[in-house]
Design a protein around this ligand. Sequence first.
Ligand code: HEM
Length: 161
Amino acid sequence: MSSLLILFLTCLVGNSFSAIEVIQNGTYVLDYSLINNETLVVKATVETLGWVGVGLSQTENMAGADIILGGVNENGEEYIGDYFALGNSRPIEDIINNILTYNVTENATHTTLSFTRLADTGDIDEDLPVSRSTYIIWAYHDTDSFAHHGVVNRGSIPLSL
Ligand code: HEM
């Protein structure tokens, strides 16, 4: 955990709440906000050309987590999906995609995954509402194959909303 959290910045603006987490010395920077207690806005900027994942979890674990996973593939095509994890294995894509808007970009060194969703999507089978989440879990890989991230390129931080 010591190398995990370098900077933690929060600010309260009206009904909105924002936090920036600088993880792994800036390899993974997570910027997230809750707007009007209703809409979750997330942007992960990660030093990788592979997949990037960010999820809500009631524990610090993958099991039971509500995950968004995306990237830009070798052909320059963006991909992003709404997933959930049953355990320590490749997450399963939700039947209902509850991503409202998204943007995924890649430059020579970094992938940026941005999306919005409702704080409570109403999808009780495959999503977690922010109000019932305690942690954000994060992970990435240096390829676009949904392979194990390894024990370094993943972790969890307390949710600050
Ligand atoms: C893409 C396919 C994925 C596979 C095959 C996979 C596999 C695994 C495996 C085998 C472990 C146990 C070994 C370890 O500690 O690293 C693990 C742990 C973990 N994974 Fe994943 N994972 C995937 C995606 C993700 C994603 C997208 C996230 C976050 C958004 C994530 C977050 C974590 C975290 C936080 C742990 C440590 C806590 C725990 O044991 O649950 N993983 N994963």
